[in-house]
Design a protein around this ligand. Structure first.
Ligand SMILES: N[C@@H](CCC(=O)N[C@@H](CS)C(=O)NCC(=O)O)C(=O)O
Length: 200
């Protein structure tokens, strides 16, 4: 497998999940502004959407979209998914919420042209974090064990910290717990990111 990623981007959720699952992979960095990979390849020729993550499977098939990639990893490493009749549905339900609601609410932070837009984004992120706090499974987002959902949420909690957005209870302690996980530490190190525990 090969993951196209950018340091600190949402693609870190895939890296964390692959490490947690013990699935070996190659990693190639993408310059998202220039749309060029670290090998000098035109990323738009590889992925016309120009976004990370993109996961290329061992048979050469490429999978894009966080929801699809993380579902695939949970399918291959069931410990990162949810059991039971509605298990996969619950996983996709939360991945979709994170993608279409929370991740989307952060976009102005990356593209905003005015402080007003950023303030509105902070409010939108806050509303969604509060909703997630009210549904928190304890000790992980969906309940008793770490899933790909936590890996995706970690990427966004990290952004919230970076952008100075307050995390509602129980997320500060949950974030510290996730940060201490070996797959998370390894992923941060590999992407050249400072420990969030030190940065916090
Ligand atoms: N719909 C995609 C969006 C992924 C996405 O927004 N990736 C960001 C990094 S977190 C990106 O690559 N942005 C650069 C761009 O879209 O040009 C998904 O959910 O996987």
């Amino acid at each position: 497998m090969k993951l196209y990623y950018s340091p600190g981007a949402c693609s870190i959720a895939t890296r964390i999940s692959l490490h947690d699952a013990g699935i070996p992979a190659e990693y190639e960095q993408v310059d998202l502004k220039a749309k060029v990979t670290e090998r000098g390849d035109d990323y738009l020729a590889i992925n016309p959407a120009g976004a990370v993550p993109m996961l290329v499977l061992d048979d050469g098939q490429a999978v894009t979209e966080n929801v699809a990639i993380l579902t695939l990893i949970a399918e291959r490493a069931p410990k990162l998914g949810i059991d039971g009749p509605l298990g996969q549905i619950r996983l996709i339900e939360m991945l979709s919420y994170l993608s279409t609601e929370l991740h989307a609410a952060f976009k102005p932070y990356f593209h905003a042209t005015s402080e007003d837009e950023k303030e509105k984004a902070a409010e939108a992120v806050g509303v969604r974090l509060n909703l997630l706090a009210s549904k928190f499974g304890d000790p992980y987002l969906l309940g008793s064990h770490f899933t790909v959902v936590d890996a995706y949420f970690f990427a966004m909690l990290r952004w919230a910290r970076e952008f100075g957005i307050d995390l509602p209870t129980p997320f500060p302690a949950y974030f510290d717990r996730l940060s201490d996980r070996s797959a998370v530490r390894q992923s941060l190190l590999e992407e050249g990111l400072a420990s969030p525990l030190i940065a916090a």
